[in-house]
Design a protein around this ligand. Structure first.
Ligand SMILES: NC(=O)c1ccc[n+]([C@@H]2O[C@H](COP(=O)([O-])OP(=O)(O)OC[C@H]3O[C@@H](n4cnc5c(N)ncnc54)[C@H](O)[C@@H]3O)[C@@H](O)[C@H]2O)c1
Length: 255
């Protein structure tokens, strides 16, 4: 893909980069000239994913990290700077372990897992990256929230709370880090065609959901990567603290 090299010379970190949206973001950042550290908890998946991306010519590097483990995230961030020869200036907090349950059936183990990865993990990532961004002189942090931060959906209470939490964290961190020229934004994807989302719905639900979308189709991971690249680049230099909907119009239509 021939794209403008807006991220040339940058060191970027993408969590949950082995597949889905994270992988597309890693590819797009590399195509725009960044060196990309691809973090994922699944060693086989990240090794294979990075091997495929490298075979396609992308400058990507695998790191097996569980983002819910604070010390491991800090150690990985230091290793990335040493390995890639410069401070991290772009961080995408994308990793997720979503579970969808009726509110009366939500169990403690899945709540703890989901929040320790999807919310605590973002804080550990930001903590670990900010000292490097300060030394770099600027930074861009991009958190994956969801249209679920805005809509209410049955059987998704915990996930909706998680993603609304990501939006709140984004706004607070944006204010706190602005004096250091570090911007913090969130993306709210709608229905995106990834292994996780497509596998979740039966055929009839998938068709009904698709029909209800103003743009009439699911989004592609590459389309989220385009939004992330905008937020990572100087093209968004005056944008901070936003929750940017990328949902085919589902939020405005209330679908
Ligand atoms: N797919 C959608 O329709 C959609 C919609 C709205 C928001 N989102 C958000 O976008 C992001 C990516 O979604 P996706 O569908 O590509 O997800 P996915 O499930 O396909 O990929 C998530 C990746 O995160 C990794 N991961 C899980 N736990 C981890 C941990 N503890 N440490 C490091 N990595 C870990 C997984 O191994 C996997 O590779 C998520 O934050 C998700 O909530 C997705």
């Amino acid at each position: 893909m021939a794209v403008i090299q807006r991220l040339a010379g940058s060191v970027a970190v993408v969590t949950g980069a082995a597949r889905g949206i994270g992988r597309s973001i890693a590819e797009r950042f590399a195509a725009e000239g960044a060196q990309v550290a691809c973090l994922d908890i699944n060693p086989k998946r990240i090794a294979e994913g990075v091997a495929e991306m490298r075979a396609a010519g992308y400058n990507v590097h695998p790191y097996t990290v569980d983002v819910s483990r604070r010390d491991d995230v800090h150690a990985a961030m230091q290793k990335i700077e040493a390995d890639l020869g410069g401070p991290v200036s772009i961080l995408v907090n994308n990793a997720v372990a979503a579970s969808y349950q009726p509110i009366e059936e939500i169990d403690e183990a899945s709540m703890t897992k989901m929040f320790s990865i999807g919310l605590n993990g973002i804080i550990w990532g930001i903590q670990a990256a900010v000292p490097q961004m300060k030394r770099h002189g600027s930074g861009s942090i991009i958190n994956l929230s969801s249209a679920a931060a805005i809509h209410g959906s049955a059987n998704m209470s915990a996930y909706c709370a998680l993603k609304a939490g990501v939006a709140g964290l984004t706004r607070a961190a944006a204010v706190e880090l602005a004096p250091h020229r570090i911007r913090v934004n969130a993306i709210a994807p709608g229905m995106i065609a990834t292994p996780a989302s497509i596998g979740f719905f039966d055929k009839a639900t998938l068709e009904a959901r698709t029909k209800a979308l103003p743009l009439g189709r699911f989004g592609e991971p590459e389309e989220m990567a385009g939004v992330a690249a905008f937020l990572a680049s100087a093209d968004s230099s005056y944008v901070t603290g936003v929750l940017l909907s990328a949902d085919g119009g589902s939020t405005i239509a209330g679908t």
